[in-house]
Every structure is written in C-alpha cells, then in structure tokens.
Design a protein around this ligand. Structure first.
Ligand code: TPP
Ligand code: MG
Length: 453
C-alpha cells in the first residue's frame, strides 16, 4: 500500500505554470488506507522511493473544484502576427491564451475579428441547436432508444466556430465530438438521427456506432472509432490538395488524451515537412474519459507547445470563446491557403458532460467542476456579448430555444418513421456484404448465400 501525497509543484517540472497537480507515492502501513479509499480509484504498482511520479487531476470526487493554478492570459493580451510570420517568432502564442471576449462580454484585442452581428447570431443559433440536439439524443439513449451517445456539452464553440470560419470546400476530419461541424454545414437533423438509430435511412447502413457520422456531400470524413487516425488522414488529404495546387485546406480535431498517440506525431511530422495546408486541433477538454490531461502531457507544458518542436505555429486558444476560435481558425486557414503550411491549435476547454453514455464522470471528478470552469460556458458568453451589443435579448433567446426544441422533436418523429433501433426497418442484410470489395471474395459470397441474401 502506498499513500499519495499531493505536492503543489512538481520539482521536475518546476518552471511550468501548467503544473496543476502531481502526486508522489509513499509506502504506508496497515490502517493508514482509509483516506486512500476515498481519494483514489486506481493506484498503480509504484516503487516506494518517491522518484517515480504520476501526474494526476487537481481534484477528485468529494473535493472542492479548484482551478486557481491555471495561468490564464487576460482577454486581448495575445499578439496577432501576420499570416506569413516565421513560427520561431511566435512561441509565446503556444504558452499564452488567445482570448477575445473579456469577463464583461466585450470583444477586445487584436484577435477581435470584425464579424457581423448576423454571423454571431448564426453562431449562437447553431451552438444552441447543438446543445438541444445533444440533450435530446442523450435522453433518448437513456430511454433505450439508441445504443450509445456522446455529447459535446461545454465545447460547442469548437466545432461550430471553427467550421464557420472555413469554406464549404474545405475538408473536415472530425473526432466523435464534432457533430457541431455537421450542424454548421447544414446537415439535416433527420439524417443525423437516422444514422444514430441505425435505421433504414442510415447512410452508413448500420455499420457504425451512433455519432460516428460520415457525410460525403458535406466534405465531412467518416468518424473513426480508433482515436487520432483522422489526423493522419487530414494531413494526407491536405498534402494532396497542395500537390494538386488547390487552395482548399483540411481541418482535424483530436482530444488531449488522443494527442498521446503515435498518429498525432506521424501527422505532425508529415504536416510540417510537406508544408501541408492543414489545421490540426487538440481539444484539451481536461479529460480523456477518466484520465486527466495532466497524464497526457498537460502537467509539463501546453499541448500547443508541441508545435514548436515541429517548427510550425502553435496557438493556444480559449475554447469557450466563439470569437477567439473563429479568429484563430481564420488566421490558420489564410496562412495555409497562402502556402505557409500547417498550424496546431490547442482549444482550451472543459468537457462539461460525461465522456459518453457509458461513463459516469462523478466517479472520478468533483460533481460541480464544470460549473467552476473559469472560462465559463461558450453559449452564455456569446449570448452575453450579443446582448451587450444590443443585438440579442433574453426573450429572443427563450424564443430561439423553444423553436429549436420543437424542430428537434419534429425531426425525431420523422426519423423514427424510417425505423427504430429495436423494431426496424434496418438496412437490408445483404448490404452487410457490400461496398468493401469490388469483386467479393469467395468466403464472403458463401457467407452471404448462407444468409440467403
Ligand atoms: C486507439 C484507441 N485507443 C483507445 C480508445 C478508447 N477511447 C475512446 S475515447 C478515449 C478517450 C479520448 O480522450 P480525448 O482524446 O481527450 O478526447 P475526448 O473524449 O475528451 O474528446 C479512449 C481512451 C480508442 N477508441 N481508440
Ligand atoms: Mg479530452
């Protein structure tokens, strides 16, 4: 048995302002384990000498949320360089935080894009729709109508603002938490729901988990169940776009946890060395299921700082700030289109919901941690900004919410007219054998015949 001692600052990483909580293990005798039981669920077999260290979350269930160790650069303080800047000259942007909306909801500083009120209202509408859609689908999973669901709660600005900042011809390589990109590109909710229900109108013919969407017409590449594969695919696509001399760009997202994969580094190597027109995003929502971002590298430095080793720009951006995300993405896209290559963006945010419907976050983090997140709620922040500009009101917002709830409910009614998960109709069984081989191998032909289809 070992007791865990929380140490304020890890001596190995003592210069890092990102060091939020590192724990050292000490051997303890019988009877000393009571506090351990409440404190930690997973205690690895750790040597007793104290030299080995395991980064951990700052707080666990039963403890008060505490983000006081976060060093948050004030809104408006980050410089905005020209798009052709030498990445060597902007290392500060990988350690600071690009923020546009200040605590009063005003847009300040050089990254404050000149976005029209209509664009901002559209952003608010789409984020609100995404939240309502997610809540409805999550509730339907709880009622047994879907097999699985994942919400983007708290990170709605990421996919919505970043997709809105791009052209429709730019290619999207999402993770499972960017359903907002589909919504921003105008995909029909009925079609999204039919996929989640695996019914007869599911464009993926029941072959994918719910929320693993694919939408060719919207330049939205299929979501892979294996995390991080999309980064390599995005870079490959972007290399081809540059080779063909088009000025389209690719964008991809993965999570803080997924940034610990080899695919992340393969993608970065190829993106940098082939100058691929791609925007690579690490959505640092603090958690990878029950693993805190400190375990993936956040205790030592920022995720944006990984760009420095590859010689490309790394921007650390407030992921709950619609305007900051929009401006950073627009900057990275303009840089890529002009032939200056890739950018790595860390969207610094918080996963407000459970990881998925298979998860219970209250088992490994304080229940009220999301409410304590110092960068607020992305919807509320954009709403307050618009209200402050006299372009929106609480009444407008209530009206919008009830209109969107109604359209989500209506879409669900229509979606189940094409079949439900339990009762069908589903895609015909024979489709299980199609779309992989041009000439079906003999063993599959036999299997198909055995099913009589
Ligand atoms: C290659 C691979 N390893 C592990 C998993 C299991 N898995 C699914 S999601 C996830 C956590 C990912 O966390 P993060 O990258 O931070 O993304 P987030 O869910 O927070 O958006 C894990 C470990 C997987 N799907 N694929
Ligand atoms: Mg995460």
């Amino acid at each position: 048995m070992y007791q865990i001692e929380a140490i304020d600052r890890n001596p190995i990483f003592h210069d890092s302002p990102y060091n939020q909580g590192v724990y050292r293990f000490h051997p303890i005798g019988k009877g000393c384990g009571a506090s351990m039981k409440t404190a930690r669920r997973f205690v690895p077999p750790t040597p007793p000498h104290g030299r080995f260290q395991l980064p951990d979350a700052p707080r666990r269930p039963g403890e008060r949320p505490d983000f006081s160790a976060l060093k948050l650069q004030p809104a408006g303080a980050a410089n905005k360089p020209a798009i052709d800047v030498d990445p060597m000259d902007i290392h500060d942007l990988a350690f600071g935080l690009i923020r546009v909306l200040d605590d009063e909801g005003q847009a300040v500083g050089p990254w404050a894009a000149k976005l029209s009120v209509d664009t901002l209202r559209q952003g608010l509408r789409l984020m609100t729709l995404l939240r309502i859609y997610d809540e409805r689908m999550n509730a339907l999973q709880r009622q047994g109508k879907l097999s699985f669901y994942m919400k983007a709660a708290g990170e709605e600005a990421v996919a919505i603002a970043q997709t809105m900042a791009l052209r429709a011809s730019d290619m999207i390589f999402p993770s499972y938490r960017q359903q907002g990109a589909l919504i921003a590109r105008g995909r029909e909710l009925v079609d999204m729901m039919c996929h989640c229900l695996s019914n007869a109108r599911d464009n993926l013919k029941g072959r994918q988990l719910p929320i693993h969407y694919s939408w060719k017409e919207g330049n939205f590449f299929g979501v892979s169940g294996n995390v991080a594969t999309q980064f390599c695919q995005a870079v490959g696509w972007a290399m081809a776009a540059a080779y063909k001399d088009t000025d389209d760009v690719a964008i991809s997202w993965l999570g803080d946890g997924s940034s610990a994969t080899l695919d992340f580094h393969h993608a970065m190597t190829f993106a940098a060395n082939y100058n691929a027109p791609v925007i690579l995003n690490v959505v640092n929502n603090q958690w990878a299921i029950s693993s805190h971002q400190n375990i993936a590298g956040g205790a030592r430095t920022t995720f944006a700082a990984r760009a420095i080793g590859y010689g490309i720009p790394g921007l650390r951006v407030d992921g709950n700030d619609f305007l900051a995300l929009y401006a950073a993405t627009e900057w990275a896209a303009a840089r890529a289109r002009a032939g200056h290559g890739p950018t790595l963006i860390e969207a610094f945010t918080y996963r407000a919901g459970d990881h998925s419907t298979s998860d219970d976050a209250s088992r490994y983090r304080p229940k009220d941690e999301a409410a304590a997140w110092p960068l607020g709620d992305p919807l509320k922040r954009l709403k307050d900004h618009l209200i402050g500009r006299g372009a929106w009101s609480e009444e407008d917002h209530l009206r919008l919410e009830s209109e969107l709830k109604e359209s989500v409910a209506k879409a669900y009614k229509e979606a189940i007219s094409y079949g439900t998960l339990h009762e069908g109709p589903w895609s015909p069984v024979k489709t299980m054998f199609e779309d992989v081989y041009e000439d079906m191998p003999r063993h599959l032909r036999r299997q198909r015949q055995a099913h009589g289809v």
